[in-house]
Design a protein around this ligand. Structure first.
Ligand SMILES: Cc1cc2nc3c(=O)[nH]c(=O)nc-3n(C[C@H](O)[C@H](O)[C@H](O)COP(=O)(O)O)c2cc1C
Length: 174
């Protein structure tokens, strides 16, 4: 059977994620925590926003919580910013509100002591660090010693392994 999902229906869209969480939990029991990482932005559209704003956040976080997600890992480009126009709460704060019993992980440019503290105050249980850790493999010690973390230098990820024109134009054998 092929399920039909109306793409603009947030309930239907998140149901797929909820079903995956439920099935994984059924399969592995309580062996390890089961959760999901979720963001508004997509790999091909960093500016994407949930069209229903706060009510979408309520549906998404609430449905994941009801499915039994042990944790929800929320990521935004700048995690402390309000995620929608006219909103004052961060997405982390909304996750905490609508999934009160789940462990909330916060991610997104949280590389300084102030930003980490702010995320924790706003409902995160844990903060995850990507580029800040690449630039500061000693970040916990840097922060404990109240030093300024080193700034991430994106050039360490270069060159990007894009497919080059020369590779695309290779005449392959039939
Ligand atoms: C080198 C690199 C690889 C990444 N790979 C992934 C990935 O495979 N999947 C994903 O969801 N996010 C990926 N991200 C995004 C990070 O998980 C994170 O959300 C983003 O860097 C923002 O957090 P930060 O400010 O702590 O770095 C990657 C980031 C970097 C810098």
């Amino acid at each position: 059977m092929v399920a039909s999902v109306t793409l603009c229906d947030t309930n239907a869209r998140v149901q797929l994620l909820a079903d995956v969480v439920k099935e994984v939990k059924l399969g592995i029991g309580n062996a390890v925590p089961v959760g999901i990482r979720i963001s508004q932005g997509k790999v091909n559209d960093f500016t994407a926003k949930w069209p229903g704003a706060r009510s979408d956040a309520e549906v998404i976080f609430g449905t994941l919580a009801a499915a039994g997600a042990d944790f929800i890992h929320v990521t935004e480009h700048e995690a402390w910013q309000p995620p929608f126009e006219g909103e004052t709460d961060s997405l982390v704060a909304l996750a905490r509100r609508y999934a009160p019993d789940a462990t909330i992980l916060a991610n997104g440019n949280l590389h300084t002591a102030d930003r980490i503290a702010n995320a924790l105050e706003n409902g995160a249980d844990l903060v995850t660090i990507g580029r800040g850790a690449l630039a500061n493999p000693d970040l916990p010690k840097v922060l404990l010693q109240k030093r300024e973390p080193r700034t991430f230098d994106g050039s360490i990820l270069q060159p990007v392994a894009n497919i080059k024109e020369a590779e695309l134009s290779v005449r392959t054998v039939d």
